[in-house]
Each structure stands twice: as C-alpha cells, then as structure tokens.
Write a new protein. Structure first.
Length: 228
C-alpha cells in the first residue's frame, strides 16, 4: 500500500527539519507539504529537506483549506494510505508506523489520541483549559454519536484512500472545524475509526489556537454535531 504523509504547514520553519528527520522513510513513500502563505522560512526549509512535493498557497486560506490541498495532492499521487501530520513537532512522527499498521489491519481512519491516558496530557504540557474543553466536547460527541473515542480533536490521523474519495471534504469549512467535520461525515458513512495513544507535546515550537478561536471552535462542534 502506498503511503503518503501530508504536512499542512504555516510558519513552521523552526520545527520542520526536526519533524521531517523523524518520519520513518522506510515505510513512507512520498511527502507532501502545503504552505498556507507562511511569513517565515517554511518554504526555504522545505526545499532544503528535499520534500518531494511542495505546494504554495498564494494567500492564507486557513487550516481546513490547507488540508483540502493536501488531500487533493495525495490522491493525485495515488496514495492508498494518507497520514496527516502537523509539522510543528507537537506529535511524534515515529508513530506513523503504528498508524499504518492499524489501517493495514482494517481500520478506515486512525486517530492519534493525546487523551487516552487522561490527565497525562496535562503533565505533558497541555494547557488545563484545553484539556477540560477537550474532555467535555469529546463526551458530548460520544453521547450524540454513541461512540467511545477518547479524543475527536487531534491533528494527527491516518485515512484509507476510499474515505477521502467518498467524503466531499471540499464542502467543509476552511477553518479548524474541518477536522471534526470529516469525523462526522465518516460516522454517517459507517467507517470504522480506531485510535492509538500519542503523548501530548507542548513546547515553544508547538502551534496552538488562541482562546477566542478555541471558543468559536467549541460552538461549531456543538452546532455541526446537533445538525449532523
């Protein structure tokens, strides 16, 4: 199965080399980086890292729009498995091996959850308000969907090709809620979602949305879940 890793990039020049260096090249066939009009040296570093496929947006379109371009390119490359990894080094690239294994064993989508070991996420650096908001929103969606996921909000995930082909992801938001809209659409189509544990990692390189945008994201989750 052909494995393509996609990196939705925005101002990640300081963390990109470290992220790329830990991607297991022996099982990853190609890497795609989509730069959402960064103002730093992200593109320069990407070229230095010899990333095979680099796409640049001519203006900042948003996190969801970045992913749309990522998935379009991965499907164009005939990927069988698509791994979405943030290039800010918040997630451990070495876990790609475990994500792929889950897909090969039959999962349609695999989420790398920071919340599988509960409060360990906070001990690893997750801000307390993010931890509790994550838990509350996850419990809410589990209740609504009758599921048992430990987290809906991770930015590290793997998709089987047929999932991305069958879901009309271009109809979704260009903002952060895009991640959750894909999960909701996957549930509606009966796809199997599994999880692996991924330790949270928060440092000065990690990107994070601010409180106001986090609040907007929370209200959007409630809205799209109720109106699924």
């Amino acid at each position: 199965m052909k494995v393509v890793v996609v990196l939705p990039a925005y101002n990640c020049a300081k963390s990109l080399k470290k992220t790329i260096s830990e991607i297991p090249n022996e099982i990853v066939d190609e890497i795609v980086l989509v730069d959402d009009f960064s103002s730093d040296d992200t593109l320069k570093i990407a070229k230095e890292c010899r990333i095979e496929h680099i796409v640049k947006h001519n203006k900042n379109l948003g996190y969801g729009a970045n992913q749309k371009t990522c998935y379009d390119k991965a499907l164009e490359l005939n990927a069988d498995i698509v791994i979405m990894l943030h290039p800010d080094y918040q997630y451990d690239p070495r876990l790609i091996t475990s994500l792929i294994r889950k897909i090969e064993q039959g999962a349609d989508i695999v989420l790398a959850s920071r919340m599988m070991k509960g409060f360990e996420a906070v001990r690893n650096g997750m801000p307390l308000y993010k931890y509790y908001c994550n838990r509350i929103l996850t419990k809410f969606q589990n209740f609504c969907f009758q599921k048992h996921l430990s987290e809906y909000h991770t930015g590290y995930r793997a998709y089987r090709k047929n999932v991305l082909v069958s879901i009309k992801y271009h109809d979704f938001s260009n903002d952060f809620i895009f991640d959750n809209q894909i999960i909701i659409a996957a549930f509606s189509k009966g796809y199997e979602i599994q999880e692996i544990y991924c330790p949270a990692r928060y440092d000065n390189l990690s990107s994070s949305i601010k409180l106001l945008r986090s609040t907007k994201y929370g209200f959007q989750i409630v809205y799209y879940t109720i109106n699924k």
